[in-house]
Design a protein around this ligand. Structure first.
Ligand SMILES: C[S@@+](CC[C@H](N)C(=O)[O-])C[C@H]1O[C@@H](n2cnc3c(N)ncnc32)[C@H](O)[C@@H]1O
Length: 293
């Protein structure tokens, strides 16, 4: 039987999460569905996590069984709206400004000075934050680039920031952060590139237009082929997303990233995401830093 989508508020609120349990068969069904649509590979020990993260979707639809939710996704979601909501619920979005700072140091000490001094450089410099989450990584790239090349503007530097999660992209595009989130930004940069919130926005900061103008947020599922970009990149940050994918998916993505990088351009991975093999395409030049051959 098709699940009812009309049950709202009252019934949903009395279905408390603690009564929702997921069977092994339901977990397997959803796990395969998630893998097919996002590349995210969930091992057995993620069962409780899936149960908890999707419970709010079941509550929203007034459903008691994960098998009904699966039917909804497969048979009653022609526009893909629930697929999107499911993806937004399942992704892990942890990020920080200047996370893994050695990558930003490498850019300001090696990559950006070499670019600035190269008379034959192609304009603009193109950077891609390939799983940008709420935008801290992309804005950190923008600050690092402006600090190294103060006379450059949005004609000279373009930062593409993409993610599969529409909620985090909307927050990223707003450029608004709490002061706790902003505590990872060095004080001088915070003053130069952010406005302090007033009144109702007390306790928040917002990226200034000079920073926002460099960064372009777009929805992109890394699994999709082909990617829509036509120009090649000088640097790709693809950090802390490949850990959610299985080895064959990772290898395929490395090859595809090589295809959208310029020669000698750089790929930065997260601290636990080493590249194995592919010596024909990349050489390691630092901790989780690879240069395209
Ligand atoms: C842990 S965050 C990493 C954020 C940032 N790169 C960092 O290192 O701080 C992982 C991000 O990958 C995104 N993601 C997961 N699967 C994806 C896919 N198939 N395509 C694009 N983004 C994906 C998630 O939505 C999430 O925002």
């Amino acid at each position: 039987m098709a699940p009812s989508h009309t049950v709202t508020g009252k019934l949903s609120s009395i279905l408390d999460d603690s009564r929702l349990t997921i069977s092994d068969a339901e977990f397997r069904q959803l796990r395969e569905f998630i893998h097919a649509h996002t590349g995210i590979a969930l091992s057995e020990h993620k069962k409780a996590l899936v149960c908890s993260r999707l419970s709010k979707r079941l509550r929203h639809h007034g459903l008691r069984h994960y098998s009904d939710y699966y039917v909804l996704l497969v048979e009653n979601d022609p526009e893909g709206a629930e697929l999107m909501a499911m993806i937004n619920a399942i992704t892990t979005n942890k990020t920080d400004f200047f996370r893994e700072p050695h990558h930003f140091r490498f850019l300001s000490e090696h990559v950006f000075p070499a670019y600035r001094q190269n008379p034959g450089r192609e304009r603009p410099l193109r950077l891609w934050s390939a799983a940008s989450s709420t935008g801290e990584e992309a804005y950190s790239l923008a600050m690092t680039a402006l600090e190294a090349m103060p006379s450059f503007n949005e004609q000279d530097i373009r930062i593409l920031a993409t993610d599969i999660d529409t909620d985090v992209l909307a927050r990223a595009a707003s450029g608004v952060y709490t002061q706790t989130q902003a505590s990872h930004i060095p004080e001088a940069l915070l003053r130069r590139y952010f406005l302090k919130g007033q009144g109702a926005h007390q306790g928040e900061v917002m990226a200034k237009p000079v920073l926002k103008s460099l960064v372009h947020f777009h929805w992109l599922n890394l699994q999709e082929e082909p990617w829509p970009m036509h120009e090649k990149f000088d640097v790709i940050f693809c950090r802390n997303v490949l850990i959610y994918f299985d080895k064959p998916t990772q290898q395929k993505l490395f090859r595809r990233m090589a295809g959208v990088l310029k020669k000698d351009a750089y790929l930065m991975l997260g601290h636990s995401e080493a590249m194995h093999g592919l010596n024909d395409l990349f050489k390691p030049v630092g901790h989780s830093i690879y240069q395209k051959k």
